[in-house]
Design a protein around this ligand. Structure first.
Ligand code: B16
Ligand code: MG
Length: 215
């Protein structure tokens, strides 16, 4: 029986990817580093540090300079997410969260972002969430299973009772590594390793998921 759901945030519940992209682009422009929307695709679900290392490529920076750039990007990002409202929730998200809640399913957040809590509050869904695992919860980022295992523990469930909902390849890998079931949101080229693949959350119902997961 499925007893818990663990939701990624960016790309699953809302499109913070656009805000991340603009903040990274601004930083890259200031540093004269090559970056564009296409390069940004590789950063989906990837931690802040790994994202920066990807953008700087071969260019050498001191640890202090890397830290300053991460802080600067985050300032741009945090400033931009202040505009988030419940209207920024992806279609189908609130319906699914409410349905799961009513069915007595535990709901956790499993996001790589250190800003996940702010985003959840701005989206107005804090009352539907039982626990938040974010970028400060564990040391190893996705594809390591640690973040999702931490989330499962927070809601008091064994990993095999939990379904992870993710849009990133690294996120599906993390779910599999943690012994969890998964729903991939997006194209099969990205999330094809998930147990179920859907383009978005529209029309996703618990009863269908339970039926499809009885593999
Ligand atoms: P922060 P998710 C991820 O969120 C984003 O997809 C990724 O682009 C970002 O770099 C990462 O969070 C870290 O975010 O800089 O705010 O700590 O998809 O895991 O919800
Ligand atoms: Mg994501």
């Amino acid at each position: 029986d499925i007893q818990g759901f663990i939701f990624d945030v960016d790309g699953v519940l809302t499109d913070t990817a656009e805000f991340h992209y603009r903040a990274w682009q601004r930083l890259a422009d200031e540093e004269g580093l090559p970056f564009n929307r296409q390069a940004n695709e590789a950063l989906r679900g990837v931690s802040r540090r790994e994202s920066l290392l990807h953008i700087v490529g071969d260019r050498q920076y001191s640890e202090a300079a890397l830290g300053e750039m991460m802080a600067r990007k985050n300032r741009y990002y945090v400033e931009s997410i202040q505009t988030i409202t419940p209207k920024n929730l992806f279609p189908g998200a609130i319906e699914l969260l409410q349905e799961l809640r009513q069915a007595g399913i535990k709901i956790a957040i499993g996001s790589a972002s250190k800003n996940a809590r702010t985003v959840i509050e701005k989206l107005g869904i804090g009352n539907l969430i039982d626990a938040i695992a974010d970028g400060d919860s564990v040391a190893l980022p996705k594809p390591a299973p640690d973040l999702f295992l931490f989330a499962a523990k927070q809601i008091g469930l064994d990993p095999d009772r939990c379904v992870v909902v993710e849009d990133a390849t690294v996120g599906i890998e993390a779910a599999i590594a943690g012994g969890m079931l998964s729903i991939g949101i997006g194209p099969a080229t990205r999330v094809g390793a998930a147990n179920i693949v859907r383009p978005n959350l529209i029309g996703v119902h618990l009863i269908d998921i339970q039926a499809q997961l009885k593999l």
